[in-house]
Write a protein that binds this ligand. Structure first.
Ligand code: ATP
Length: 210
């Protein structure tokens, strides 16, 4: 994990919880100290220096994430260094489309836009009844939304939701219970929460139904 700012640390923490070993690298001594008890190895170093990265054994890692956003030049140089070292799976964090294009050119295999993606996600939650919105593809999303009143006390098959809205209900959470797979005979009750997949406009139309 190159860059131990808010994004890098949060991502590193989740990887650790998933049982992975994580080496963190940052220029900032305070951040290195703060993360030193948390990650497998934490090193204060300049990640744009390929020789330093090689000495740290970075050529042998399976995945690398360049979690540097603001310092665009450092993000590009660190990505290029990882690519030259032959790291097989390099992830970059971009602030703009231009930045993403350059990361791609210098060897990033995947580029994410956390601020932009979170903005899209929150916009759907702010304006609709959605509890969650996850864009899967340019025009496909998975949302979490309360069951519209008029479908309460019907089974999923009786509700006709798929035919009317062209969406798929994939999970259902009854009040005070956990999510279960949606089955044709799953009963919807007032207060149920649905996980619904479909084209963006279709899931938006469904979530606007009350
Ligand atoms: P976040 O939003 O995740 O908190 P940020 O936008 O505050 O990040 P960035 O400028 O994106 O900060 O940098 C993230 C981290 O990357 C910082 O902690 C910074 O010290 C570190 N960093 C920047 N340049 C280098 C470099 N050349 N080598 C190692 N770490 C670096």
């Amino acid at each position: 994990m190159i860059g131990l700012g808010r994004f890098g640390r949060s991502l590193a923490g989740e990887l650790l919880r998933g049982g992975h070993e994580v080496m963190g690298i940052d220029l900032d001594e305070r951040l290195v100290q703060a993360a030193s008890g948390e990650l497998t190895v934490v090193v204060q170093a300049d990640a744009t220096d390929e020789t330093v990265l090689r000495q740290l054994g970075v050529a042998d890692v399976q995945h690398a994430v360049v979690a540097i956003g603001d310092a665009v030049q450092a993000s590009i140089l660190a990505t290029a260094a990882l690519s030259d070292l032959g790291v097989p799976d390099i992830w970059g964090k971009a602030q703009t489309e231009q930045h993403a294009r350059i990361l791609d050119r210098v060897g990033a295999h995947h580029v994410v836009f956390p601020e932009r993606d979170m903005g899209v996600r929150v916009a759907h939650r702010v304006t609709g009844r959605m509890l969650e919105f996850v864009k899967i593809d340019e025009d496909f999303a998975l949302i979490e939304t309360p069951v519209p009143q008029r479908f309460a006390d019907r089974t999923l098959i009786e509700s006709g939701i798929r035919q009317e809205f062209n969406v798929n209900v994939v999970g259902v959470q009854a009040p005070d219970e956990g999510f279960t797979h949606a089955q044709p005979d799953t009963r919807l009750v007032e207060g149920s929460v649905l996980l619904v997949a479909g084209q963006v406009r279709a899931v938006e139309r469904f979530a606007a139904e009350s």
